[in-house]
Design a protein around this ligand. Structure first.
Ligand code: 5RP
Length: 292
């Protein structure tokens, strides 16, 4: 029996956490500037976001689908609620005329040539995030990893710097090669990141017990996409994640590596903001793909 079925009741996933006066849980007691940045990143009507993740190059170089961000990603900007990218791509490629909220990758230091990619440092000054008019910064933490203490400390330093200027910090639950991806692990890591001050948390979907991950995390969770899946599977995963309490998605490869990224992001939007069922969203994807 899945663990969530045995213990699920204690998480009371059906009872939403109150957030008096603000639309995002865990965020109602922040100051105006931080709330305003959140209200630009997350849609206040649906309470959710479709964030497009294109930060991969900081670790994997010119990733498939991101070889030319000017050609593949800039045309998708109107279709996302926010872009998650590095400051290098922001300055060099993203038009400053864009009205889209930008969430900036704030860690770096490892790459795919290394055995362990968790050995990261803060790689951006908060002052630069403010200068770039960012709506948030993101940093990953490998709970249980070799550099866990450093990862955690990096995030808490960023949280302290962010609170000084009203900048939300997205804590990302990164998973090492040999770590188990299940509800128990993600409950642990999401909760640790929230307790240590992450404004919202990006984490992976798990089939069993994802609602216990979202309900035991006192701040919003956005679902990470992960490796490219067939479109129907990716849409089903996004649907299940939001139905089970995620405040949206921060997806990359499942959008920009699709044969029809524009059609795919439209379908993801329909799932996240309108609650379209996976089959209906897949139908939308196919019809938009045919008419592109
Ligand atoms: C890893 C990350 C990535 O850099 C990226 O944003 C992942 O996006 P996707 O898995 O959807 O391609 O945050 O922790």
């Amino acid at each position: 029996m899945p663990e969530a079925d045995k213990e699920g009741e204690r998480y009371q996933a059906g009872t939403p956490q109150a957030a008096p006066g603000f639309f995002l849980k865990g965020s109602h007691q922040f100051d105006w500037g931080l709330k305003n940045r959140l209200a630009r990143t997350f849609n206040p009507q649906s309470g959710r976001t479709v964030m497009l993740a294109v930060d991969h190059g900081y670790i994997t170089g010119p990733t498939a689908g991101l070889e030319r961000i000017d050609l593949s990603i800039v045309p998708l900007l109107p279709s996302c609620d926010a872009l998650f990218c590095t400051r290098g791509i922001l300055r060099s490629v993203i038009p400053a005329e864009s009205q889209k909220p930008m969430v900036l990758r704030a860690s770096g230091g490892a790459n795919i040539l290394r055995e362990d990619m968790s050995d990261e440092e803060i790689a951006m000054d908060m002052e630069d995030a403010v200068r770039l008019n960012a709506c948030g910064v993101g940093i990953q933490v490998y709970i249980g990893g070799e550099f866990e203490t450093r990862n955690v400390h990096n995030m808490t330093r960023l949280v302290d710097q962010g609170l000084r200027v009203g900048m939300p910090v997205m804590g990302i639950t990164a998973v090492g090669k040999n770590m188990k991806r299940d509800a128990q692990y993600f409950r642990l890591s999401c909760r640790i990141l929230a307790e240590l001050g992450a404004t919202y948390v990006k984490t992976y979907f798990v089939e069993d017990g994802f609602e216990t991950v979202t309900s035991s995390c006192p701040v919003p969770i956005v679902m990470a996409g992960g490796k490219k899946l067939p479109e129907l599977e990716a849409l089903t995963m996004a649907y299940n994640a939001v139905q089970q309490g995620a405040a949206g998605v921060d997806m990359g490869r499942n959008i920009f590596q699709s044969d029809a990224p524009k059609a795919m992001i439209a379908a993801v939007n329909a799932v996240v903001h309108q609650g379209l069922k996976p089959n209906e969203a897949h139908h939308l994807f196919r019809s938009l793909k045919t008419n592109k």
